[in-house]
Ligand binder design. Structure first.
Ligand code: URA
Length: 205
């Protein structure tokens, strides 16, 4: 069974966190979802990216950011001079929340109870990794890391000091870019997103 937050050892490795999270039943999302989708990447990463929750493809494949939003993220990260293999990629919530509609599963935003239930996993991951920079992708990732409600448009694109002395940076979620209605705003917002990622990466130098 899921360990209570205080039992997720401070000496836990990323591998043991993944093992413990497999059976997480701290909220109701574990029922309908296929599996827990833990963070992945370079255990020595000095930059970590925190999204919202796995989507349909992530739930099926068991890896974060591998669906359409993930592919856009990978492209933008490369363009910003980054490299997914050197980073750690994770989510605020580790189970896919959805409502079935015909054959499709429609994404639902996690609520504050689900975010709170999942918070110990992200906290433990961040403690083990101790990254120099935490990039928060969208409102859920940002609110989970900062522990308060975040308005992305107000807080994006600048360094935010985090409690452990490291640096945070808020930007939009790549799925926001996918939802934009016209090519002009897509291009404009994508460029801003790449600029934010470049800013985060440049703090590592
Ligand atoms: N959106 C997220 O926030 N995370 C994923 O892993 C995929 C899509």
């Amino acid at each position: 069974l899921h360990p209570v937050a205080s039992e997720i050892g401070s000496s836990a490795s990323l591998a043991s966190l993944r093992g413990q999270a497999i059976d997480c039943q701290m909220c109701d999302l574990c029922g309908p979802a296929t599996r827990t989708v833990s963070g992945e990447g370079n255990p020595e990463a000095s930059i970590i990216f925190v999204g919202e929750q796995p989507g349909d493809q992530e739930d099926l494949q068991g890896r974060p950011f591998v669906g359409p939003a993930g592919q856009l993220f990978d492209r933008a990260l490369k363009e910003a001079g980054g490299n997914r293999a050197e980073a750690w990629i994770t989510n605020a919530v580790k189970h896919f929340k959805f409502v079935p509609r015909g054959k499709r599963r429609i994404h639902q935003k996690p609520d504050s109870t689900e975010m709170a239930a999942c918070a110990p996993w992200l906290a433990a991951e961040r403690k083990v990794l101790s990254p120099k920079v935490t990039v928060m992708l969208g409102v859920t990732g940002a609110s989970a890391v900062l522990g308060r409600h975040v308005t992305v448009s107000r807080e994006r694109s600048r360094h935010i000091p985090l409690e452990d002395g490291s640096i945070g940076l808020v930007t939009v979620h790549p799925s926001y870019l996918l939802r934009l209605p016209d090519e002009e705003s897509k291009t404009r917002e994508y460029t801003k997103f790449v600029t934010d990622l470049r800013m985060a990466i440049s703090t590592l130098a």
